[in-house]
Write a protein that binds this ligand. Structure first.
Ligand code: SF4
Length: 309
């Protein structure tokens, strides 16, 4: 079987930074370190950090007095920041700078007295954080159809922002629907969709031209991993989202000559290599690498842990 590895795939700079922050905090302050929500949406990453002394909580009320608290890469609402201050918790913020950029954009539009349309998925941690960072009415829109039922105060005082991990193509469709109904709406086009999401989706488009089946390594609650699987399917390749090699099923590969493998932005490379090992158990595997966009994005660490070697 021929296996083609997507390029780029796996960890993005925001995920690398978030994991680095927890690891450095563990080193500097010692366990336990409290992390509000999963630091990134990957089961293996969360389990590994848990074993090393990270405690994942849903609410700040679960954090003991004075304990070091990390906010996840997805960002938090203003109220959570305020509550942490009120509780006197020492916070290290691992919000991805690209998510923080969307927050700032939303606040800028709000300062112009605009209502905001947020294109994103209901219930996702990033969406909840973004809504809670914008001091204005925020309308959540998930599909182009939702645009028709939007009820806004002033059609000429609108702006939109987007979640960072959406499908580039679907989001374009939603933006078009917004611009058709509200011709004066302001917004960044699809630029809020982060570089890592865009590059990984482009790699799947390239992969889909050359393979029959696509495997996406990533967890079920990972937005960008789900989009990669959906995109693979839209492009005509049977696609599966798997956490690791134990998710592989031999029947997926009966009569299949070419398989593409990629990974969501929160999935470590070691899991991709594990999947290749898993495929080798089904027969001979010849692995090739897709040409792709090189990534060299790195984000600065917060001052609290920047000094840890
Ligand atoms: S997927 Fe994009 S926005 Fe999310 S953590 Fe990675 S770089 Fe940041």
């Amino acid at each position: 079987m021929r296996v083609l590895l997507a390029q780029p795939r796996g960890f993005c700079a925001g995920v690398v930074r978030a994991i680095d922050i927890v690891e450095r905090a563990l080193k500097k302050y010692g366990p336990p370190i409290y992390v509000r929500h999963e630091i990134v949406h990957n089961r293996h990453v969360v389990e590994d950090l848990r074993k090393r002394g990270a405690v994942f909580v849903d609410e700040l009320s679960e954090v003991p007095e004075g304990a070091i608290t990390v906010f996840s890469a997805h960002g938090v609402a203003r109220k959570v920041q305020d509550d942490a201050i009120a509780l006197g918790l020492p916070v290290i913020d691992a919000t991805c700078p690209l998510v923080a950029k969307v927050h700032a954009e939303g606040r800028r539009y709000a300062s112009q007295d605009r209502e905001i349309v947020l294109i994103g998925h209901a219930g996702h941690a990033e969406v909840e954080g973004t809504i809670g960072q914008i001091p204005a009415k925020v309308h959540l829109v998930q599909t182009a159809e939702d645009v028709a039922t939007l009820d806004v105060a002033d059609e000429n005082k609108l702006a939109y922002v987007t979640q960072t991990t959406l499908s580039v193509d679907d989001t374009r469709g939603i933006i078009q629907a917004l611009q058709t109904r509200f011709p004066t709406i302001q917004g960044p086009d699809v630029r809020d969709i982060c570089y890592a999401t865009q590059n990984r989706q482009q790699a799947v488009r390239d992969l889909a031209q050359q393979v029959e089946v696509i495997l996406v390594v990533g967890s079920r609650n990972s937005s960008n991993s789900n989009r990669l699987k959906e995109l693979g399917e839209e492009l005509g390749c049977t696609s599966y989202l798997i956490d690791d090699e134990f998710g592989l099923k031999p029947e997926w590969f009966e009569g299949v000559q070419t398989v593409g493998v990629t990974a969501g932005a929160s999935a470590p490379e070691v899991l991709v290599q594990g999947v290749l090992d898993g495929l080798r158990r089904f027969g001979d595997v010849d692995v090739g690498l897709l040409a792709g966009v090189p990534e060299d994005v790195r984000f600065r660490l917060p001052p609290e842990v920047a000094d840890v070697a």
